[in-house]
Design a protein around this ligand. Structure first.
Ligand code: CA
Length: 408
């Protein structure tokens, strides 16, 4: 398919992608769809009648977030995608009004695409869980007895989810130095990233309802890159017995464009075989994982970027359908806009570990940067850039960048 919009070679935002985001136009948050280096302003497109053939209230695009559009349901998402695909590949109404509708994407200010009511973080990569288990509990079995039987997760903090490009202050808190007999207070000395992806709930449930596994995918609108920043020294001292708290809730960064499950469909793949067999409510059929290339770059202040990790979403042991089914099996309700993060995605090889905790093996092995300097954890003014993309049969779709800088 060819669009009348110029799409650069290797662009994440090909005609096969059409991800949703919210950008600032005339000082107002405005829903849009990315194509090449441009954005389709959905509100303006609706006003000139681009979506008039679809039966939905297209004033949802007047909203500051995508929640109202997502609430229109899966059939509407699909119809809007079909209309946009046609309108971007042939000269119709969108072409006629292109001067009003199309906006420059490069340099556009992006904001959070959805209002996030609740955020849950899973822990679903077996390599990551094994690596962390070895470091945090060197004398025990790295995987706790529950790990292969349920997708372990905790409830995170939605208020501190920020859009790509937002700087975050190095958190302060309590830590217990090695061999000390009482804790100290101060800035984290072990500031880290977690390479994750998050899915966004597209269909709410009522309290008391469980989502059966065969319906779970109907409740997912799309995915973003998710950096679950982690202060390892705070985390290590505080996490027993209730799990992460201040070591995590000072900020999580997402990429601005939500890639829809429809766009990701061609990139489905098999998952790792689960052993032992999981309980019946978690058993599934078909390919439920996705082949999404992931990479993490670290850029010191005024310096060049070094790729510190290359991983893939397909390394997940628990898939999104299992996560969502497990999350609601007790009757916990979910709402449109809720975000569910995967947990750090690590592969088997050292260069595929999705956190500096693992890459530096708890600070014992230095990571060498292109400028010759080294890191074990993040220093002030370091910028972390995460990228994600799928490629197959000469087609490419991607998530753009998830960028964050740690300041003193
Ligand atoms: Ca995490």
């Amino acid at each position: 398919m060819n669009s009348w919009i110029n799409v650069p070679q290797n662009s994440d935002f090909s005609i096969y992608n059409l991800p949703y985001g919210v950008f600032i136009r005339d000082e107002k948050p405005t829903p849009g769809v990315a194509i090449g280096d441009s954005i389709v302003d959905l509100n303006t497109a609706a006003k000139v009648g681009v979506f008039s053939e679809i039966h939905f209230d297209d004033s949802v695009f007047e909203s500051d977030t995508l929640n109202d559009f997502i609430a229109c349901g899966k059939e509407t998402w699909s119809s809007v995608r079909k209309v946009l695909t046609r309108e971007l590949t042939s000269e119709n109404k969108l072409y006629e009004f292109r001067e009003k509708i199309m906006v420059d994407r490069v340099g556009a200010q992006m904001v959070l695409p959805v209002k996030v009511g609740d955020y849950t973080d899973f822990y679903s990569s077996i390599e990551h869980a094994t690596n962390v288990g070895k470091m945090f509990r060197p004398n025990g079995d790295p995987l706790l007895p529950n790990w292969r039987h349920l997708p372990v997760g905790y409830h995170g903090r939605a208020s501190s989810i920020v859009i790509s490009g937002t700087p975050l202050k190095r958190p302060q808190g309590q830590t217990m130095p090695p061999n000390a007999d009482k804790p100290v207070f101060g800035p984290s000395k072990r500031m880290d990233i977690e390479l994750e992806m998050a899915f966004i709930i597209g269909k709410s449930t009522k309290l008391g309802e469980a989502i059966p596994i065969e319906e779970a995918e109907d409740h997912i609108f799309g995915k973003v890159i998710f950096n679950d920043w982690s202060a390892r020294d705070l985390q290590k001292w505080e996490y027993v017995p209730l799990g992460p708290f201040l070591g995590k809730n000072f900020g999580s960064t997402i990429s601005p464009w939500i890639v829809t499950m429809e766009a990701l469909e061609p990139y489905r793949c098999e998952s790792i075989k689960q052993e032992p067999e999981v309980l019946p409510y978690l058993q599934y059929s078909g390919n439920k994982n996705y082949d999404i290339n992931l990479e993490v770059g670290l850029t010191p202040e005024n310096d060049e970027e070094t790729t510190i990790c290359e991983s893939n979403f397909k390394y997940m042991y628990w898939n999104m359908a299992q996560q969502l089914t497990h999350h609601t099996v007790n009757g916990c309700n979910v709402n449109i806009g809720d975000m569910m993060a995967s947990g750090t995605i690590s592969g088997k090889e050292k260069g595929s570990y999705g956190s500096m905790l693992e890459l530096s093996w708890s600070g014992k092995e230095e990571i060498t940067l292109k400028n010759g300097k080294t890191r074990t954890f993040i220093e002030d003014n370091d910028t972390i850039t995460i990228r994600a993309y799928c490629e197959k049969d000469g087609k490419r779709i991607g998530f753009g960048e998830c960028v964050g800088k740690i300041i003193a």
